[in-house]
Ligand binder design. Structure first.
Ligand code: MGD
Ligand code: MGD
Ligand code: MO
Length: 701
């Protein structure tokens, strides 16, 4: 039997971006394993991606282009040829573009994180067309904006050194589910004597394995971080030398922190004051008095609230106050993506965009529901066509009822490029089959480590599936786009991805990557030991002049949630429980929900509720409940557990709506309001009420 091993990369939206070894026998991928040599992957894959062949060879894979024959959302399609499909798409887009190309909106996110199958040919296509630009805010833009103002870019410590830290604070993240290879290293640190602390309103799989769990209410992390600063300053647990040399604005920060004595923050967060005193004292003592490395793994869970941006800024100041950056195994990591010298201009070709005054408007993906339902009375062109790839907005975007209503508009022309008939695909007029990672070429950066990776093609495309790039290449040809960049092959695009001559990528090229599989950037082990932040001043900016210029508070602060008793008492009277919907371990956002073995492990949509909150509502463990607010409702099976603190309910996500008993998921309840920085969604800033649900009468809408 002809067997070979192909060097590939995991395409999924996860900080770990694993190096894969794919075993191919007679043209079929039979095994996907982690590369044992890759220092991040260490030969281990998560359950989901070790099942990647189940996803690629899934009986429900879309294998031919299709045209909708039923009603929008019904999911009835008939196969058509590629020529028919692309002719139809091109002629519809041409007709709309002749009136106003901005009425066409691309909608994509990180179904694949590949630089080639993500925003390369697709971006070129929409730029040339003059379509609306998409503000890709749905995940990370609150924190990324905060880091840009504070450190200058999305940069931080290298978690390959975290095993030597003496304290690891896991702040708003659940790495056992969502950042597994960091967790392996954190456990190594634990074995070597480090203390692990989780800051999470929910006793997650990770929180229960830490030495200490601090459980603030969602959206209160800014107050917690400012109170920690208050204690550090009060008790002089500060690295004065680091502050003097490598930071800007300590005096202002000191004043701001004065306003957050631990007792005040404890009230805001709903935690014992001792939690704050202990954590601040321990962090400062270890770092400053004992000069030991202290690390913070800051993550996304704490950003999806009104004050998510400023909360990240507050936490991001802590390592500079105590000089934690002096150690390779100290500091903070939220993302490493800013270290990568990616040549976005070459990949995406923004130079193809029409000049002013024809420069297209920008549509925020986080408020796609409102954008689709807007009638043009605000002076903005009504959206007439939507082209969706690498995303499943009907399941993942907030205030899903409005998103679905928007997608259901009869006068909207919708094209979806997909592997499967997702909740979004059901609304497509034309549904196009895309290749999976095993069937195409790509090149990857990462946001949890500093390796570039190559994804070589393992097998031929299944059925008639095509890479996103090829679909947009063929569409460009039909639109008459003659620029040479529309003829670049995927390998040519991969070769354009790295900025030539950049010192960090010395010795790294597509040619070397596809041979070796992965290569590490040249970044110092302790990148900010002597300042060197990529800000204009080279310093960490406690105070940000740029924020002031942008009309923002130049100092970090606690911005309270939109939906909380203190800010919305009337609403909190009707909807007294805070609901969060973080990732389930066996799903990757809404990907893998249709892989039977993984869905079987998750079971069905659950809602975790504290015993006292359950008792007050006559809810028993294992019974059905209905969670609702003014935006919508969903059914779930209750798990009565003190994993959820009192006042909090947790629905692990993101379920395909059509695989839930009521055809709904948690986003039915989430709102389209935006974070303080970065215009990002506030999935975890969401009040609800929960009631026992008795299955008769029939499911209500
Ligand atoms: N298995 C799996 N892995 C994934 C994903 C997945 O869906 N499944 N998704 C990927 C993607 S796209 C991302 S962005 C990351 C996300 O992964 P993480 O950064 O880990 O973020 P979340 O999973 O959103 O939330 C993590 C924890 O934050 C807690 N949390 C919620 N609100 C707050 C709050 O206000 N404050 C604090 N301190 N904690 C809070 C939640 O209870 C949860 O346990 O994971 C990636 N990895
Ligand atoms: N309630 C709630 N909602 C959330 C979150 C939450 O924690 N709670 N998390 C938010 C976050 S952090 C994120 S990042 C978003 C994620 O939202 P999305 O980026 O939409 O992620 P997925 O749901 O995984 O959908 C990606 C889709 O892309 C498809 N795909 C994968 N590869 C390719 C390809 O090569 N070509 C094409 N054409 N398609 C491909 C997959 O089949 C999949 O259906 O969801 C957000 N929504
Ligand atoms: Mo995300």
């Amino acid at each position: 039997m002809a067997s070979r091993i192909v060097r590939a990369a995991c395409p999924h939206d996860c900080p770990d971006t694993c190096a894969l070894l794919v075993t191919v026998e007679d043209g079929r991928a039979v095994k996907v394993a982690g590369d044992p040599e890759h220092p991040g992957t260490q030969g281990v894959l998560c359950t989901k991606v070790s099942r990647y062949t189940e996803r690629t060879y899934h009986p429900d894979r879309l294998l031919t282009p299709m045209k909708r024959v039923g009603k929008k959302g019904e999911g009835k399609f008939a196969p058509i040829s590629w020529d028919e499909a692309l002719d139809e798409v091109a002629s519809r887009l041409k007709a709309i573009a002749a009136r106003d190309p901005q009425a066409i909106v691309p909608y994509s996110y990180a179904g694949t994180m590949g630089l080639v199958q993500g925003e390369s040919m697709a971006a070129r296509f929409f730029h040339k067309l003059g379509a609306s630009l998409l503000d890709r805010t749905i995940c990370a833009s609150a924190g990324a904006t905060a880091l840009r103002y504070t450190y200058g870019a999305s940069v931080g410590m290298d978690m390959e050194h975290v095993a030597d830290a003496k304290l690891v604070i896991i702040w708003g993240g659940n790495p056992i589910a969502s950042n597994l290879h960091f967790w392996t290293r954190a456990q190594e640190a634990k074995r070597r004597g480090a203390t692990l602390v989780a800051i999470d309103p929910y006793r997650s799989l990770t929180a229960e394995k830490c030495h200490r769990h601090i459980a603030p209410m969602p959206g209160t992390d800014g107050a917690l971080a400012l109170a920690i600063m208050h204690v550090l300053i009060r008790d002089d647990l500060l690295d004065h030398d680091y502050i003097d040399r490598y930071t800007v604005g300590f005096e202002g920060l000191r004043e701001r922190a004065q306003a957050y004595p631990p007792a005040r923050a404890a009230g805001i967060c709903g935690i014992p004051v001792e939690d704050i005193e202990w954590l601040a004292g321990f962090y400062g003592q270890l770092a400053v008095r004992e000069r030991q490395p202290v690390a913070i793994r800051l993550n996304y869970g704490m950003q999806r609230v009104h004050g998510g941006g400023q909360a990240v800024r507050a936490v991001a100041c802590l390592p500079s106050l105590v000089g934690a950056w002096r150690h390779a195994s100290g500091g903070l990591q939220l993302s490493t993506s800013g270290f990568f010298p990616v040549n976005e201009a070459a990949l995406q070709r923004p130079d193809l965009l029409p000049e002013w005054p024809k420069r297209p408007r920008t549509v925020n993906m986080s408020t796609i529901g409102d954008a689709l339902l807007a009638d043009g009375s605000d002076g903005q062109p009504r959206i007439e066509a939507l082209v969706v790839y690498n995303s499943n907005p009907v399941a993942v975007a907030p205030e899903s009822g409005k998103v679905a209503a928007g997608f259901a508009r009869d006068d909207l022309f919708t094209v979806v490029l997909e592997h499967f008939r997702t909740d979004t695909a059901d609304y497509a007029d034309i549904l196009l089959p895309a290749t999976t990672q095993l069937e195409h070429v790509d090149v990857h950066k990462a946001y949890g480590h500093t390796y570039f990776l190559a994804n070589n093609q393992s097998v031929a495309p299944l059925g008639e599936a095509l890479p996103n790039t090829e679909i947009f290449r063929r569409l460009a040809q039909r639109m008459g786009f003659a620029d040479p960049c529309f003829r670049d092959s995927d390998e040519e695009i991969a070769a354009q991805a790295i900025i030539p001559g950049d010192a960090r990528a010395q010795g790294i090229s597509w040619e070397s990557l596809k041979e070796q599989g992965w290569q590490k950037l040249s970044v110092a082990a302790a990148p900010f030991a002597q300042g060197g932040f990529p800000t204009p001043s080279g310093k960490c900016q406690f105070y940000s002049e740029a924020m002031l210029r942008d009309g923002l508070d130049p100092l970090p602060d606690h911005v309270p949630p939109y939906e909380a008793p203190a800010t919305a008492p009337e609403l909190a009277g009707r909807y007294p429980l805070a609901m969060i919907s973080p990732p389930a371990r066996n799903f990757l956002n809404s990907s893998f929900v249709n892989v039977d073995s993984l869905r079987a492990t998750e079971g069905e949509p659950h809602l975790d509720i504290h015993p006292l909150d359950a008792a007050a509502r006559g809810i028993t463990h294992g019974s059905m409940v209905r969670a609702f607010n003014d935006r919508g409702s969903m059914l779930a099976r209750a798990r009565v557990t003190d994993r959820a603190r009192q006042g909090l309910v947790v629905g692990l996500s993101i379920w395909w709506k059509k695989l839930a008993s009521d055809g709904k998921n948690a986003n039915e309840l989430t709102s389209q309001r935006l974070t303080d920085l970065g215009r990002a969604p506030v999935f975890y800033d969401c009040l609800v009420q929960v009631e026992a649900w008795h299955e008769a009468p029939a499911l209500q809408s």
